[in-house]
Design a protein around this ligand. Structure first.
Ligand SMILES: [Zn+2]
Length: 82
């Protein structure tokens, strides 16, 4: 077990929730804006310290239903229909 790093930007992760998820807070924020769902931390206070006891949920990619997806510029597909 070496340094925990963000799987997105490879910066070092410091807070336990980020370490548990493997993605740092900045990247999580960016991903949430992009429609990703992030797990929530389950915390408890122990001896005056807040300790992460678990993670609820998981990292889920945005659902593609109805949402616009990235379209490559310069490509027309107006003739692709049968
Ligand atoms: Zn990151």
């Amino acid at each position: 077990m070496g340094a925990n790093r963000c799987s997105e930007c490879h910066r070092r992760l410091i807070d336990p929730l980020s370490v548990a998820i493997g993605i740092g807070p900045e990247c999580r924020g960016r991903m949430i804006k992009g429609g990703w769902r992030m797990p929530k931390g389950k915390w408890k206070v122990e001896g005056g310290r807040t300790v992460l006891v678990g993670v609820i949920g998981k990292v889920e990619p945005p659902k593609a239903e109805g949402k616009k997806q990235k379209v490559k510029h310069g490509k027309r597909d107006d003739q692709s229909k049968n």
